[in-house]
Design a binder for this molecule. Sequence first.
Ligand SMILES: NC(=O)c1ccc[n+]([C@@H]2O[C@H](COP(=O)([O-])OP(=O)(O)OC[C@H]3O[C@@H](n4cnc5c(N)ncnc54)[C@H](O)[C@@H]3O)[C@@H](O)[C@H]2O)c1
Length: 274
Amino acid sequence: MGKNWFDLTGRVAVITGGTGLLGQQHAEAVAGAGGIPVLADIYVSKLDIHSPEFNRRFGSSASVVQVDITSPASVQSLLDTVLRKYGRVDILINNAANNPKMEKTSEVEFSRLENFPLEQWQADLSVGLTGAFLCSQVIGTEMAKRKSGVIVNVASDLAVIAPDQRLYRKPELPPDQQPVKPVTYSVVKTGLIGLTRYLATYWAEAGIRVNAISPGGVYNNQPDDFVARLSTLIPLGRMANLDEYQAAILFLCSDASSYMTGTNLVIDGGRSCW
Ligand SMILES: NC(=O)c1ccc[n+]([C@@H]2O[C@H](COP(=O)([O-])OP(=O)(O)OC[C@H]3O[C@@H](n4cnc5c(N)ncnc54)[C@H](O)[C@@H]3O)[C@@H](O)[C@H]2O)c1
């Protein structure tokens, strides 16, 4: 038998936004390859670490750590906790972001550019971009000391294409009240690609590889008309299943991608090539 390129045995992976929808999937991918996921999130009560279900999905060594990635002190304390518990950190997945669901009407009030609140701009950038910067700064510096590590930034298909605002259109509303994907989402996700290239070159000699993944939308019980409209924009004709990014995350986190850094892996059912 040859080398198992995807093996993560004993490697510790910090996943921000780890208790969220995709964060849990990334954690399963890491655990499935023998790695140890640390699900780091501002909101931690969603998961019961003592349940058999938690153990089954994430492995007996996994942990959940509360962190506010917008705070340097909180990120430092996350790293301290991880090093105290495991003595090492090998992988950082910058996955946390404010993730507005424009297809659900309750969140659309201030989404339009003309009245987009400055506080919302700052809050979204603070989690999605500043948070990724701070986690990379604190955890990446530790990896650089050890001359080994992997950082994966979770961007979006909206890092490579503009949002198609027709997807969110509500015929009953006047033009100036139509919901749109907020400007911050495009800015944060595109910014992450820049951060990816910067860190990849900055830390190449320190043995840290840095890549981005750009997933397309995951089906999660969105309204039927939204799903139908979006699906017509996707050559594969459907949204992603929840677990369809696990293999890509494993690829990027493991030695399978050992000659890959500074790039963006787009997995979007073909949407951005149409
Ligand atoms: N779900 C999709 O269809 C999709 C598609 C493309 C990209 N993405 C990206 O994937 C990532 C995960 O998305 P998701 O669908 O799982 O969203 P989610 O909202 O379920 O998860 C985001 C997590 O980030 C956490 N978080 C927010 N602020 C934080 C802070 N200050 N400190 C620490 N944690 C914080 C939240 O508590 C939440 O658990 C996001 O970056 C999102 O933009 C998602």
